[in-house]
Design a protein around this ligand. Structure first.
Ligand SMILES: Nc1ncnc2c1ncn2[C@@H]1O[C@H](COP(=O)(O)OP(=O)(O)OP(=O)(O)O)[C@@H](O)[C@H]1O
Length: 597
């Protein structure tokens, strides 16, 4: 599910570009150099028409060939200066835009890392991906090109307009009058184009999501023979995107057409008005040639204005989309002034009247969970599917925050510990073992940066993950998405090694043995017993053998822990527990067997 905010309202939103100011501030020196270079280069262009006028009215009118030389040398000098300034602008522009792009990417990435799980569950990865890639690139292109020329061209328009008025004010006023429809239409167009750009960018995010899901789920799609269905879904999104793009192109074509047409009309006005002025003696021929030459300096700024305004609008939408991530509320954060608190290894873990409701959900998943796990004890949580076992484990490391009650470690509310400390003392291994595109060593040491080879080897031994030594490059073999594929059981064992490597105060295991075969499971269990003896553990158990790792079992029902005790006692005394277990023949069988120990 993706919570895409409503498209931009119908007002123009160029003000959204202000979001870039803090990112531009560190590079203000280089940016100032860019603007200065661009402005000076444009101003040198303005000198050419003035020299032309001087040549026509001076040496040409007087037949003075020698007088031509200094004027032509002047024009050549300005030409060389313009080329040098062009180089300076391109160089400075490249530096500032690429630096700003990198900073924006870093800020976005860090924000995505820090945003709570609840945020990530509400956004599709395609939407996040398109913001982090194409939107950031749109901004870089604008900062490195559009912004500079937009400002320089607007300044050029003002300066040239003043020069035109000074040269011949009635003709200058006529030129300005022809610009009025351009301004009126441009303002109306701005709002429409902004909305259309936003729709296109959002739809691109949807398309990225479709591609990502299809690639990630390729095995399921192929095995179910539903490639056609998935393609049709993708094609529908692609069609929608095409239609939105076409609407955007129509709007763009309209404004470009107007900006192309405007100079022709204006030129006609200048020629008719100028000829009359020359005939009436109000203007010299040189004055008219200079006026026309000056106006030609305006051609590129006016023609490019349509394109640059469109780029500015797309960038404003990209800024809005990125700001939605940068401004997303950080619901799980450090309380002000938190400092590390003493937490033993192992630590006592308590759930005190814990309640939890997912954001936006109607009913709470947990209503009043009370559970006290002594330091060094292992407690298994058993409950029906969907009873809230995984949710309960997620509250320990604050993947979510409780909505009622509290979770404590050695008596400290987990919200009073700095997040960095909390996530060091609490290690979690999830059922769905995620590995990254890194070497085996890097994947495992994510659980304890700086761990030495002996510690890594010990963690791998405990998790029965010695198979890594047989990989082509041993611990340096690259695995994960772009590396060697591992089986589900192998992935789980590496995730387990990662969790135990940190020697945590509390180990949270969410059904960590589910993908292991019976033989490997027995081996991992044997090794795990040693680890569990040294730490406090909360283990979500679906299988009999996992329950048997625990000292006590907690039964989760209707959002509460309704029974806690040794599994043999619960089996004998709690009908609901017995009923739950009897529905899992394997579990029941194993428990019966264990009960006879
Ligand atoms: N992000 C979410 N938003 C809303 N409801 C959710 C969310 N995640 C889970 N739930 C709901 O919360 C309930 C508890 O889910 P949870 O995964 O904790 O159950 P579980 O006991 O671990 O299930 P299982 O044994 O199948 O793994 C379920 O009804 C589930 O649909």
């Amino acid at each position: 599910m993706t919570e895409i905010p409503a498209p931009a309202d119908d007002r123009g939103r160029l003000s959204s570009l202000a979001m870039l100011l803090p990112f531009a501030r560190p590079y203000r020196g280089v940016i100032a150099l860019t603007f200065t270079g661009a402005l000076l280069a444009t101003l040198t262009q303005l000198v050419i028409p003035l020299v032309t006028r001087a040549v026509v009215d001076g040496p040409i009118a007087a037949g003075d060939r020698a007088g031509l030389v200094p004027l032509l040398a002047l024009a050549l000098g300005f030409g060389i200066a313009e080329a040098a300034l062009f180089f300076l602008r391109r160089w400075a522009m490249g530096i500032s835009s690429l630096q700003l792009e990198r900073d924006l990417r870093d800020a976005l990435y860090q924000r995505l890392q820090r945003l709570p799980i609840a945020f990530h569950e509400g956004w599709s990865s395609g939407q996040l991906l398109s913001r982090a890639t194409s939107d950031v690139s749109t901004i870089r292109r604008f900062v490195g090109f559009g912004a500079v020329f937009l400002v320089v061209n607007l300044i050029t328009c003002v300066v040239v307009s003043v020069l035109l008025l000074v040269t011949c004010w009635p003709l200058g006023l006529a030129v300005l009058a022809t610009s009025i429809p351009l301004v009126v239409f441009g303002l109306r167009w701005e709002a429409r184009y902004n909305t259309e750009s936003r729709r296109v960018q959002d739809e691109q995010g949807e398309l990225a999501t479709d591609v990502e899901e299809a690639v990630q789920g390729i095995r399921v799609v192929k095995s179910l023979g539903r490639s056609r269905l998935v393609f049709d879904r993708y094609d529908r999104t692609a069609l929608r995107l095409r239609d939105l793009e076409l609407a955007k192109v129509r709007t763009l074509a309209l404004i470009w057409c107007l900006f192309e047409f405007h100079p022709q009309i204006t030129l006609a006005v200048i020629l008719v008005g100028g000829s009359l002025a020359v005939a009436g003696g109000a203007l010299t021929v040189g004055g008219l040639v200079g006026f026309v030459a000056l106006f030609t300096v305006l051609l590129w700024p006016i023609l490019s204005l349509g394109f640059l305004l469109a780029q500015a609008q797309e960038t404003a939408s990209a800024c809005d989309r990125i700001r939605e991530l940068l401004d997303a509320p950080m619901t799980v954060t450090d309380r002000p002034g938190v400092v590390p608190l003493p937490v033993g290894t192992p630590a006592r873990l308590r759930f005190e009247h814990v309640a939890f409701r997912f954001p936006g959900a109607g009913e709470p998943v947990l209503t009043d969970v009370d559970l006290d796990i002594a330091a060094g004890e292992t407690v298994a949580v058993v409950g029906a599917t969907g009873s809230g076992k995984t949710t309960m484990t997620a509250l320990v490391a604050r993947l979510f925050d409780v909505t009622g009650g509290r979770v404590t470690l050695d008596g400290h509310d987990v919200r009073d510990l700095p997040l960095h400390q909390l996530r060091t003392v609490v290690a979690t291994a999830f059922e769905d073992a995620t590995l990254f595109s890194m070497s085996v060593r890097e994947n495992v040491t994510l659980g304890r940066p700086g761990a030495d080879d002996d510690q890594v080897a010990e963690a791998l031994r405990v998790a029965q993950a010695d198979f890594v030594h047989e990989l082509p490059w041993g611990l340096d073999t690259r695995i994960g998405e772009q590396g060697l594929s591992l089986s589900g059981g192998q992935r789980q064992r590496l995730a387990l090694a990662r969790a135990v490597l940190g020697r945590p105060s509390v180990l949270v295991l969410d059904d960590p043995l589910s993908a292991l075969d019976v033989h490997t499971e027995a081996l991992v269990e044997r090794a795990l017993r040693d680890v569990l003896a040294q730490t406090t553990a909360l283990v979500v158990a679906h299988r009999a053998s996992t329950v048997l790792l625990a000292d006590r079992v907690a039964l989760l029902q209707d959002g509460r822990v309704t029974a806690v005790g040794r599994h043999t006692d619960l089996l004998a005394q709690v009908p609901a527990y017995r009923a739950l277990l009897s529905s899992e023949s394997q579990l029941a069988g194993a428990l019966t067997e264990a009960g006879s120990r």
